[in-house]
Design a protein around this ligand. Structure first.
Ligand code: ADP
Length: 450
């Protein structure tokens, strides 16, 4: 096992990883930018090293600074968390060259599954359902027009290297497509230094359903069942739940097994999430694979009892997975509400500043993953999530009641947060019925402003 792990991240996920290290008897090295200096969670680490100025490019994205911090503290492994360098195959290979274990997949597996075109090709080989569309990158517009004619409009243009909802365009007819391909490719080139784009069928009414998987270095890979993350705004998830409501058990097995097959075929080790869109008939199609631990991993931990972060560290150290597929069962229902320092009444404007009062909820079945305490100053430099409220109960109705109760206990002052919106959503009839689609929240918000 590792002696000392450096965490190349900040905030709640840095704290989550510090806790996992300590439970495994590993020392944790935190790094921080000047904007995070003095943040209370840094005290929980065994060492804390400043790696540069506030902008992420000078600190959390600065590979030489991070490697230098790992060298001075004699860390033998680096955990990237999510965001920042977590899906950067170059960073993973630099770690390998510096003889530090990257806690995640090999750079090769990351590159294979991280590129949407190679991932889709791999999925087809593994018999994982994908959207019909072009086989690879578009290099001839006439061919793309032909494919779109065959599969029917609407289609969506996507970038091979796309992320965070960027570089996508929905095309409703041939004119849209002809005009869109070139523009999308230029945008992708500028944003991701990779202009490869492809098209696939666009699904109008879909749910976002994703499968948690984990593999080891001995060729084993299992799934930990699925999550529904359909409550989104601008492709940002706001509420996640596990298991996905209303999915029948045969479909569930199909879905989850196909995700496990995909990562197994890619010789993947570590935690990953295989994302799908699901239509009204519960047909599912691969969206992409996230090759890292995800924000919403705790709800899967709650229903399966598996500690995903600790297991990820153990497999990175070379241990075989401590579970077989048949050991994994679902118990109860779990919901996560992302608490962001944003004002839902002012079009989700970010609210940086000092949190004078932070009284998180507690009681049975409530878990708070947060780095915030009273007096914490939210820096303006990073994303606005200040914590995750996670509840677990015997069934979905009780989980909703529990989330609602916990949200009402929660006090954050004086900055605005997404708590009031979550309270409203827990009381929403469509949400309570289950199975809302990915446009549900945007529709609801629009109906409130008109
Ligand atoms: P990114 O890596 O940028 O997040 P994804 O492939 O995960 O891109 O897609 C992001 C979102 O775009 C999805 O959650 C969904 O809302 C929408 N989307 C992507 N592909 C399709 C599709 N084929 N049909 C309908 N919506 C899609």
């Amino acid at each position: 096992m590792f002696k000392r792990v450096l965490i190349a991240n900040r905030g709640e996920i840095a704290l989550r990883i510090i806790r996992a290290c300590h439970e495994l008897g590993i020392e944790a090295v935190a790094v921080y930018s000047e904007a995070d200096a003095g943040a209370p969670y840094l005290r929980m680490a065994d060492h804390a090293v400043c790696i540069g100025k506030g902008p992420a490019s000078d600190s959390y994205l600065n590979i030489p600074h991070i490697i230098a911090a790992a060298e001075i503290t004699d860390a033998d492994a680096i955990h990237p968390g999510y965001g920042f360098l977590a899906e950067n195959a170059h960073f993973a290979s630099v770690c390998r060259d510096c003889k530090m274990e990257f806690i995640g997949p090999s750079p090769e597996a990351m590159a294979l599954l991280g590129d949407k075109i190679s991932c889709k090709a791999m999925a087809r080989k593994a018999k994982v359902p994908t959207f019909p569309g072009t086989e690879g990158a578009i290099d001839d517009i006439e061919e793309a027009v032909g494919v779109a004619f065959k599969i029917g409009y609407p289609v969506i243009i996507k970038a091979a290297a796309g992320g965070g909802g960027r570089g996508m365009r929905v095309c409703r007819n041939e004119d849209d497509l002809r005009a869109g391909v070139k523009k999308a490719s230029q945008e992708a080139q500028a944003a991701f230094a990779n202009g490869a784009v492809y098209i696939e069928k666009f699904l109008e009414h879909a749910r976002h359903v994703e499968v948690q998987v984990i593999g080891d270095k001995h060729g084993n890979a299992i799934h930990l069942y699925e999550r529904d993350c359909s409550v989104q705004r601008r492709h940002q998830k706001l509420i996640e739940e596990a298991p996905a409501p209303g999915v029948d058990s045969r479909k569930r097995e199909d879905l989850c097994k196909s995700a496990a097959r995909l990562v197994k075929n890619a010789e993947y080790s570590g935690a990953a999430t295989v994302e799908f869109l699901m239509d009204e008939k519960q047909n599912f199609y691969l969206l992409e694979v996230n090759t890292r631990v995800q924000v919403e991993h705790p709800i899967t931990e709650m229903i399966t009892g598996v500690d995903i972060v600790k297991t990820g560290i153990r497999v990175a150290a070379g241990e075989p997975l401590p579970y077989r597929q048949k050991d994994i069962t679902i118990r109860g229902h779990s919901i996560e509400c992302r608490i962001n320092a944003e004002d839902p009444k002012r079009n989700f404007a970010p609210c940086a500043g000092t949190v004078e009062r932070f009284d998180p909820p507690g009681g049975p079945g409530v878990r708070m993953d947060t780095h915030v305490i009273s007096g914490y100053r939210v820096p303006p430099n990073y994303d606005s999530m200040i914590g995750k409220l996670i509840v677990h109960a015997d069934d979905r109705a009780q989980a909703i009641a529990r989330a609602s109760r916990a949200l009402k206990e929660f006090r954050v002052e004086p900055i605005a947060t997404t708590i009031p919106l979550h309270i409203e959503l827990m009381a929403n009839k469509s949400f309570q019925k289950g199975g809302v689609d990915i446009h549900f929240l945007e529709r609801l918000l629009k109906s409130q402003t008109t």
